[in-house]
Structure formats: C-alpha cells, structure tokens
Design a binder for this molecule. Structure first.
Ligand SMILES: NC(=O)c1ccc[n+]([C@@H]2O[C@H](COP(=O)([O-])OP(=O)(O)OC[C@H]3O[C@@H](n4cnc5c(N)ncnc54)[C@H](OP(=O)(O)O)[C@@H]3O)[C@@H](O)[C@H]2O)c1
Length: 281
C-alpha cells in the first residue's frame, strides 16, 4: 500500500483526480454548513459531498468561495460532489434541475462529480437521468458523473445505454456493512468507491473491538474507522459540524492499522443487517 497522506487521491476513469478524504454534509443545518465547510477546508480536506436532498448546496458553495477568498487556494483544487435522486417528467426539466444544482453551488459553472443518488426511480428513470447527466458532462457542467447505492445489476443494465461509464459508486461502507459483492464489482470495473456513514453515525462508539483497536493505537474510534476505510482503498466521507471533530477526523495519517487490526474489524461484518441506510443490491 502506498503511504496515505491528506493529499492522497484516486484517478477516476474520467481522468480527473478525487481526493480520498471527503467531508459529508448530510443533516448539516443550513446555518452551519458554510462555516463547517470552511473549517474542513482550513483543516486540509479538499473534497465535499452534498446532494439536492440535503438542501445545503448553496451553503457548500458559499463555504468553498469564502475559503478560496481567504486562503488563495484555487477552486479547481477543491472537489465538490452533488446528487439528484430521480429524473423529472421530461428530459428538458431534468436538465433544468441538474443545472439548478450547479448554479446553486456556484463554483465556476461546474461540479466535480454529479451522482444519481439512488437506483430507486426504476430502469426507465435510471436511464433517463443518466442520459441527462451525460449531457451535463458534455456541456462541461459536471467533470465526472457517477452513481450511488448501485449494485452490480444496476451497472450491468447500464451497459446497454451508457456512453460514459460511471466514475464512482457511493455506498454505505464500514466494518459492520462491507458490501463485498458491490465492492468487488466496482474494483473489477474501474469504478471508484466512496464510503458513506464511515463513522456509523456514532452508533458503534462503544463496540469493544473498536475500543480495543483504538486504545492499541492511542486513537479515537472515529479515527480508526476513517483509517480503516482509507486502507481499504475507499474514499470516506465523514460528516461533522463540530470544529474539534472536523480537525480530529483528519488526523488519520502517519500511523496505520496492521493486518491483525484490519482482520478484527472485518470480522464485525453483519451483512444487510449491519446497514444504517441501505445495501446496494
Ligand atoms: N449517498 C447516500 O445515499 C448517502 C447516505 C448517507 C450519507 N451520505 C453521505 O455520507 C456522509 C457521511 O455519512 P453520515 O453523515 O450519514 O454519517 P457519519 O459520517 O458516519 O456520521 C456523522 C455523525 O457522526 C458525528 N461525528 C462526526 N465525527 C465525530 C467524532 N469524531 N466523534 C463523535 N461523533 C462524531 C457527527 O456529529 P457532529 O456533526 O455533531 O460532529 C454526525 O452525527 C453524509 O454526510 C453524506 O454526505 C450519502
């Protein structure tokens, strides 16, 4: 494994680079999101994950612009993702909704990654939305496009119509929900994997195995989970609106989990019952 650093990135099949450590903003209240993004960017994160459904796309854009202004860091060095769940009634309306997100985020007229949030709109809905996303990409408004919560069957279905192969699949991933079939499929098919709920929303903070591994390394349970995700080759998206946690969650470099730790954590897999949100099958 190449040494991981805060700057570690994966080259997507679109040709663009995606910083591995991301910053999630689901359930971040609008009045905090911009400031939390500024804290995260000041701490060195360079990848932010929002969605239409989170209702904070504008605030993410505000935070990134504010940080760029105060730091001199260029917008092109920050990777911003958003997502749309289902197509509208017509292609034109879907295009309007996609572009509305790009405009709300307001960062030089493009997002780095646009994802289909969920496969739930059915085969026709998925195809219609993908077609619109391909057009958005062709117009330069989304540098890369991808999906979320997709399983192998959803990808196989895309072979019949996709002109662009998805760059990313964003799925729930942590030791209790490892989705091995989806991970294996993505790795074999050049689809980068983003890990959502990498902290299991704090629900496993008291787990004895996790506590044991944390104590062994003198790290927090949250740092161990983020490090586990990075060592698996995923792009974890921990969320926090707490400045001290934002800072602590990125202190996952310069030490590593050994083989025994990784195996112990992997031993906690519970299949679908370990998922907080959903498995992608
Ligand atoms: N594509 C999808 O369907 C999907 C679904 C779910 C999530 N996501 C994405 O993935 C991101 C991460 O998932 P998530 O937000 O559901 O869960 P998460 O990152 O696993 O956990 C976030 C929770 O953990 C707390 N927390 C953060 N750092 C902590 C620390 N060091 N110690 C103790 N508690 C800590 C946060 O509270 P504070 O804010 O108070 O620190 C928050 O309540 C989301 O924000 C979103 O961007 C995508």
């Amino acid at each position: 494994m190449a040494q991981l650093t805060l700057q570690s990135a994966v080259k997507l099949n679109s040709g663009y680079s995606m910083p591995l450590l991301g910053f999630g903003v689901w359930a971040s209240p609008g009045h905090l999101t911009a400031q939390s993004c500024v804290y995260a960017l000041q701490a060195g994160y360079r990848h932010i994950d929002t969605a239409q459904m989170y209702r904070n796309e504008s605030e993410v854009g505000d935070g990134v612009r504010e940080f760029c202004k105060q730091s001199g860091v260029k917008r092109e060095n920050i990777f911003v993702t958003t997502k749309m769940s289902a197509p509208e009634a017509s292609h034109d309306e879907t295009m309007t909704a996609l572009k509305a997100s790009v405009d709300k985020i307001g960062l030089d007229g493009y997002v780095d990654l646009f994802l289909i949030h969920s496969p739930r709109s059915g085969p026709e809905g998925r195809q219609a939305l993908w077609k619109a996303m391909e057009q958005l990409h062709a117009e330069g408004k989304a540098r890369s496009i991808g999906v979320s919560n997709y399983g192998p069957s959803h990808f196989e279905e895309m072979r019949a119509y996709a002109k662009i192969w998805p760059a990313v699949n964003q799925i729930e991933l942590h030791p209790w929900c490892q989705q091995p079939k989806v991970v294996e499929y993505c790795e074999a098919n050049h689809i980068a994997i983003q890990a959502y709920c990498p902290l299991v929303r704090g629900e496993k903070a008291q787990d004895p195995t996790l506590i044991r591994v944390s104590k062994k390394h003198d790290k927090s349970w949250a740092q161990v989970l983020i490090r586990w995700s990075l060592q698996k080759g995923f792009s974890p998206l921990p969320k926090s609106d707490n400045p001290a946690r934002i800072e602590a969650n990125k202190a996952v470099y310069g030490w590593e989990l050994d083989e025994e730790d990784m195996k112990e954590l992997e031993g906690m897999h519970q299949g679908a019952s370990g998922a907080l949100v959903r498995v992608a099958e």
